[in-house]
Design a protein around this ligand. Structure first.
Ligand SMILES: Nc1ncnc2c1ncn2[C@@H]1O[C@H](COP(=O)(O)OP(=O)(O)OP(=O)(O)O)[C@@H](O)[C@H]1O
Length: 284
């Protein structure tokens, strides 16, 4: 303590106030640390990571400009920062919207809002089987298809661009929907709570320049939809018959039906795990 007092004396601070840390301060620090951790994690998961690195470069530039007293650069930086913040909000509107939706529809609320159908493991497994069967059959005859399986993030906005169906998922229904030259074949099908909610839905196209040039708008729409939601997006290529899945902005290409089934079954397991945590007992 004397050491600190000596330091404070040398700095001209006469009164040394002993800091007091209570349980609320510890809680406060833990919450802030958790929020910062989540934000960094979110940045790394989205397109914001590249932008974040860009911002760091600008900060480094500003520091150098400030040390070297490069007034013109400093003036430009200080006058563009407010415009830059608005531009960030516009560019990352889909990511921010997704983050807020996940917050609102997150684990806590999903426990209370989970419908019986969604919790029905058998129905979910049957849905996966029907989708896999349909994808395999459509791939074999090169019928193009685009199917979204809704997860936590609601797809209401995308659903409203299509035609409501509200029917139990079956491979026959899916094959029929995507049959060439039929009224419902264009666009995407949305599956919610093991039911076909809508068809002919229009999805946002990704603007990522990392997407292979050989992929057309169906695949770009699949990636785009997976960027703005946590849906599993299944694509069957009309050109090659190959099956792909887009998830979190990543396209997993050229999957076998077994791989597709394994991938789609993961969502059931995630749901089951959540159920176990909240209920405190294993699901049968
Ligand atoms: N934004 C969109 N939302 C929903 N569906 C779309 C969208 N864009 C294209 N599609 C669907 O994709 C079809 C066109 O696919 P296109 O040939 O351009 O893509 P592709 O990725 O090369 O797929 P494929 O390998 O099946 O040819 C359209 O007829 C339509 O059904």
């Amino acid at each position: 303590m004397e050491l600190f007092q000596g330091i404070f004396d040398s700095l001209g601070i006469t009164e040394f106030v002993k800091p007091s840390i209570g349980i609320t301060d510890v809680l406060d620090i833990l919450i802030v640390a958790y929020i910062i951790y989540k934000i960094i994690f979110w940045i790394k998961e989205t397109r914001a990571w590249a932008l974040f690195k860009g911002i760091l470069v600008i900060f480094a530039l500003a520091a150098v400009a400030s040390i070297l007293k490069l007034n013109t650069i400093l003036w430009i930086l200080s006058n563009t920062i407010s415009v830059g913040i608005i531009a960030l909000l516009i560019v990352f509107q889909p990511e921010m919207r997704k983050a807020l939706e996940q917050l609102g529809k997150g684990k806590f609320f999903s426990y209370f809002t989970r419908s019986d159908d969604a919790g029905d493991e058998k129905a979910a497994a049957r849905t996966v089987d029907e989708i896999v069967k349909a994808a395999g059959k459509m791939g074999a005859v090169k019928t193009g298809a685009l199917i979204l399986m809704e997860q936590e993030v609601p797809l209401g906005d995308l659903e409203r661009t299509g035609i409501p169906i509200d029917a139990i998922v079956s491979s026959q229904l899916l094959i029929n929907i995507f049959e060439h030259n039929t009224p419902l074949h264009d666009g995407a099908v949305i599956i919610r709570h093991n039911r076909v909610a809508a068809a002919t839905c229009f999805l946002p196209l990704t603007d990522s320049n990392e997407v292979s040039m050989e992929l057309g708008t169906r695949h770009r729409a699949a990636i785009g939809a997976s960027e703005v939601s946590d849906a599993y997006v299944i694509v069957v290529s009309e050109e090659t018959g190959k099956i792909s899945v887009a998830r979190g902005g990543v396209l997993y290409r050229d999957l076998t039906t077994e791989q597709l089934k394994t991938m789609l079954s993961q969502q059931n397991q995630t749901g089951r795990k959540k159920w176990m945590i909240w209920k405190g007992r294993p699901e049968k």
